[in-house]
Design a protein around this ligand. Structure first.
Ligand SMILES: Cc1cc2nc3c(=O)[nH]c(=O)nc-3n(C[C@H](O)[C@H](O)[C@H](O)COP(=O)(O)OP(=O)(O)OC[C@H]3O[C@@H](n4cnc5c(N)ncnc54)[C@H](O)[C@@H]3O)c2cc1C
Length: 475
């Protein structure tokens, strides 16, 4: 049977950035950022939107767990255009630059150091770019800015030893391999990271890992070579000193990918979300990140503050442990929010195009009053959330992860909920086509829905916001 459908709709808007550039202000991007933004928009228009159908078709086929060759071609093109690793914050780049300048031997021919370490942007500046990438589920990885790689690269940039960086960070920066973050376990409530049961026991020069993880995003990808695993090195230590993060080569004997998990029927191939068992997996002791029992430190939570908080309130302690840990670091979590702004913009754009082109009951959908009211409300929520996300990025730049945790939590709750509302409205305007896979909407919606859970359920972030608010009132 021949099935024909209209090609996926890209993103059409005239003079999109006209209000961003005029005058001065906190949220007026620099000339450099505007140029990068225009370049990314053009790249999306020329190379990503037109390929979405093909990439989607491949991801539905029997070859779904292989990489479509076009993806690697597009990565090479993005690199060539300097649209590569733009997520790397200034301070992290400085540490890695030192390493790369010291010894060039591990960098592949053709990869210049400058190119590998991004464009020297702040988180706020990256916000204007990441948003554009978020308009397509296929785009972030093309620019080497996809999850969970950005969060994992951040960890290696900040906490990796020279050897760990050479072995794993450099190929990640080059886009030659991908990575996963294995924390969540099926048998325990993993929103409370202290529940994690995976055992990491030292035996001579090795750690032996035994446990079961699930929802390890990216682990199905044939390019995924390294996992950052969260496990317990000492079950008898104080609760926040039991956990460690350790690097696990995915090809180590005993690592078994059991199955890909589905999100409302989407398996997100070729990236995927895997259930994995670790059965007597032996990794060298040098694979530990920062040291035994220092998993929470990697999340940049001050130990003194944690101890103090644990005395003040057990729940408070648990919330903060989780929030910091689950996101590894603030930026990775915020990148999700930035991308969600982009997903919502795509929804708005598609909604408007559809409403202007479809006639129901004698007039265009766009002329119906109820549509106009819903559209306006969506725009208000989108703009509110964009400002919140940019403000969170700015505070992260100026005050760091710990001090910005309140506004980061606000952004993490607001962004997926807003995107879900806008995308739901876009689906509604598309009628039955909206719930099909013929448009980008259903996949964008499914992805947005997972982000009310992944990187911390809403309730945990709400707990953080409320506790900070109550604490402020007490002082
Ligand atoms: C698509 C997708 C990708 C993911 N990728 C990864 C990944 O790469 N690596 C990884 O390790 N994990 C990943 N996860 C897992 C995700 O981070 C967890 O699902 C999340 O942390 C919640 O843990 P849980 O599923 O065990 O839910 P639980 O901890 O069992 O929580 C269930 C529910 O309990 C409620 N709850 C929890 N805490 C509180 C509280 N303090 N107050 C009130 N209510 C509360 C909330 O409603 C919550 O949703 C992913 C999940 C999805 C869906």
């Amino acid at each position: 049977m021949h099935v024909s459908k209209a090609p996926r709709q890209g993103f059409h808007v005239e003079q999109e950035d006209s209000t961003l550039t005029n005058g001065q202000g906190k949220f007026v991007p620099s000339e450099k950022v505007m140029q990068l933004r225009q370049k990314i928009m053009k790249f999306m228009k020329d190379h990503i939107y037109p390929k979405e159908d093909e990439l989607y078709k491949h991801a539905q086929s029997t070859s779904r767990w292989t990489i479509h060759p076009e993806e690697e071609n597009l990565k090479a093109l993005a690199k060539e255009e300097g649209l590569w690793n733009l997520f790397i914050p200034l301070d992290s780049a400085a540490r890695a630059r030192k390493l790369l300048l010291e010894d060039q031997s591990h960098v592949s021919a053709g990869s210049s150091n400058d190119l590998l370490l991004g464009a020297g942007l702040t988180n706020l500046e990256y916000g204007y770019l990441c948003e554009i990438m978020g308009r397509s589920v296929w785009a972030p990885q093309i620019f080497n800015c996809g999850a969970p790689d950005t969060g994992n690269m951040e960890v290696l940039l900040r906490y990796g030893t020279k050897e760990q960086q050479k072995q794993w960070l450099v190929p990640l920066l080059e886009g030659k391999i991908r990575s996963g973050f294995a924390m969540t376990e099926p048998q325990v409530a993993s929103s409370d990271a202290t529940n994690i049961e995976c055992a990491v026991s030292r035996q001579g020069d090795f750690y032996v890992i035994n446990g079961r993880k699930w929802w390890t995003s990216g682990a199905m990808d044939p390019r995924c070579k390294i996992l950052i695993l969260m496990g317990k090195t000492d079950f008898s230590a104080p609760r926040h000193k039991q956990q460690s993060m350790i690097l696990v080569d995915i090809n180590t004997p005993g690592v078994q990918i059991k199955r890909p998990l589905l999100v409302f029927g989407f398996d997100d191939a070729p990236h995927g979300h895997a259930e994995i068992t670790f059965d007597n997996v032996r990794v060298p002791v040098t694979n530990i990140l920062l040291g035994e029992g220092r998993g929470f430190e990697i999340a940049q939570v001050s130990r003194t503050v944690l101890i103090l908080l644990s005395i003040i309130s057990n729940l408070y302690f648990r919330c903060h442990i989780y929030v910091a840990l689950q996101g590894r670091l603030g930026p990775g979590r915020l990148h999700h929010c930035m991308r969600l702004i982009g997903a919502a913009e795509r929804g708005m754009n598609m909604m408007v195009e559809r409403a202007l082109s479809r006639t129901a009951f004698g007039k265009k959908i766009a002329q119906h009053g109820s549509f106009q009211s819903d559209l306006a409300k969506c725009r208000i929520e989108l703009e509110q959330t964009r400002l919140l996300v940019l403000e969170a990025a700015d505070q992260l730049d100026r005050h760091g992860n710990k001090k910005a945790r309140g506004i980061l939590a606000m952004a993490k709750v607001a962004a997926p909920n807003m995107a879900l509302k806008v995308l739901d409205m876009a689906i509604q305007v598309h009628g039955a086509a909206g719930v099909s896979s013929d448009t980008a909407l259903s996949h964008l919606w499914a992805t947005a829905r997972t982000l009310r859970l992944a990187d911390g359920p809403d309730e945990v972030h709400l707990g953080t916001i409320a506790k900070l608010e109550l604490q402020r009132a007490r002082l």
